[in-house]
Design a protein around this ligand. Structure first.
Ligand SMILES: [Zn+2]
Length: 185
């Protein structure tokens, strides 16, 4: 059973670890009655506009696997934007929510010419043009009806296929989904 002192130490160690990549982030380590286990709350203004899985991915890119195994195992993680409540966070969509709509979302993106637009925007070298996020995906889908919903579905689809940034969409998700849709015909 972790002591109060150990919890405060863990908070300080995490803040020190994350401060450079997430300026101004606060971390709280508390036992949660809701989940009956230790709960880590990462609060950062920069999480605004990012889906829960994008936020988590940003954190695990900085917190090493050994640190996670030794000191964070069994913890619930909450990645909250400024002034966001836990319930608001839990209501946000996860990639598993679109599991039965994958082909429809992919087909819609193809119809919109999305992948060509993205490729053009990232020419000639997508890995160099990539900012490590979905900003160009969002840009390519920013116009037209239901732009917010279309963008969100696209991001959930890409995350479901292991991509967390624009260059991975072109390198991995598009080829994988193209193969699947050919197979489905
Ligand atoms: Zn990338």
């Amino acid at each position: 059973m972790a002591t109060e002192k150990q919890d405060r130490e863990l908070e300080m160690d995490l803040v020190a670890l994350l401060a450079k990549s997430f300026p101004g982030m606060t971390v709280e380590a508390r036992h949660s009655k809701r989940w009956d286990r230790m709960c880590l709350t990462f609060r950062w203004a920069g999480f605004t506009g990012l889906l829960p899985e994008e936020r988590f991915q940003r954190l695990v890119a900085v917190i090493s696997e050994s640190f996670r195994k030794e000191r964070l195992s069994g913890c619930v993680w909450l990645e909250l934007a400024q002034d966001e409540t836990i319930d608001q966070f839990l209501r946000m969509p996860r990639s598993e929510d679109i599991a039965d709509r994958e082909q429809a979302i992919f087909g819609d993106l193809q119809d919109r010419g999305f992948f060509d637009t993205l490729r053009e925007a990232m020419n000639p070298t997508p890995t160099k043009a990539c900012k490590g996020d979905f900003s160009r995906t969002a840009g390519a889908l920013s116009k037209g009806r239901s732009a917010h919903k279309v963008t969100q579905d696209a991001k959930l689809l890409f995350i479901r296929h292991g991509a967390y940034c624009d260059c991975q969409v072109l390198a991995e998700v598009e080829p994988a989904l193209s193969k699947l849709s050919v197979g489905a015909v």
